[in-house]
Design a protein around this ligand. Sequence first.
Ligand code: PLP
Length: 396
Amino acid sequence: MKMQEVFDNYKEYIVPSYTKVPLIFVKGKGNYLWDVQGRKYLDFFPGWGVGNLGHCHFKVMCAVRDQISKLIFVPNNYFTLPQAQLAKELNFWTKEPFKVFYANSGAEANEAAIKLSRKFGNGRYEIITFENAFHGRTIGALSATGQAKYQQGFAPLVEGFKSVRFNDIAAVQAALGPQTAAVMLELVQGEGGINIATAEFVQSLRRLCDEKKLLLIIDEVQTGIGRTGTMFGWQQYGIVPDVFTLAKALGGGLPIGAMLARKELADLLTPGTHASTFGGGPVICKAALAVLRTVQQEKLLQNAKEAGAYLRAALENLKKKYAQIKDVRGVGLMCGVELTVPGKSVVEECAKNGLLINCTHDTVLRIMPALNITTREINKAVAILDCSLDAVLKQG
Ligand SMILES: Cc1ncc(COP(=O)(O)O)c(C=O)c1O
């Protein structure tokens, strides 16, 4: 199929709900992608937070190949080995007892958390959420997403969400009411512009939730699986959430979502109260097991911390050079470069020059390479970003 034919087919047959970049990818390996014309790209935003191991990691491929030849799928009214193994492995990482509900995406994992909070609330149904949050596109998760631009045109939303200022404990206290059942947040708001929750704020939230008998729900869909330098972001805050959600990087490129809830809470979802046909199929669970083991075997948490610090230092150097860089921030390998101008043309220029990054919240360049990224690759990426900034900002 010719390139134009692909674009034409999309135009004719595919729902146009995505803002698309005119690149057609045919191959991925490690930190590189190749397009249909054979051009090679250094991928510093693999899979929108999915590619923590880069593309087509050998161990994930082997795990999938092995499982696919044994058993592809059985429904959730039966038991499978991979589901049991993965839940146990996740508990190894949490260090605290959690039970897992398997879903297929981040939004679906968050829906499970929202439903669990209603069961827990036993009549109390309100969830306090945050401005600039992002929790997904299904109608419940969208209602929890504190950004009008995503909600526009989809009213009426689900009742029972109150969005307040991020990092503002007084705002949370002011929003509390007799119906409040939970507080839900990302520790680093990804889509919202790489906004980092302070330790003081998160610890105050934990105390408040204990005091008022509220669930503390943490959305780790983007921050989870080592992205911030620990397996889960909350492990850097000296707290344990009641519920947290995972998706994106957990499956190594295959679709999975997971809601993890403290044991006694999880048991509120009794048989028949929640389900997902494909949730936690054997192939995807084996892929996720391979991901978790690879993070450990390849010491990727350590690399996320070290490479993240190296990357941010290099970006700080760019900040000294360009007045249009307002801020460089991040945790581990979740980095944001806030500009005083829109970032779209910088992302486009980078792609032209063979580097893939993202821009979120209009002005924040989002840079989240795989956790196994090397300093050499970082140097290369920062050099391309430098040239691209130079070209775009000079014109602007
Ligand atoms: C923090 C967060 N939660 C939830 C989601 C939704 O995940 P999914 O697209 O898998 O439904 C996203 C997606 O970007 C996310 O970043």
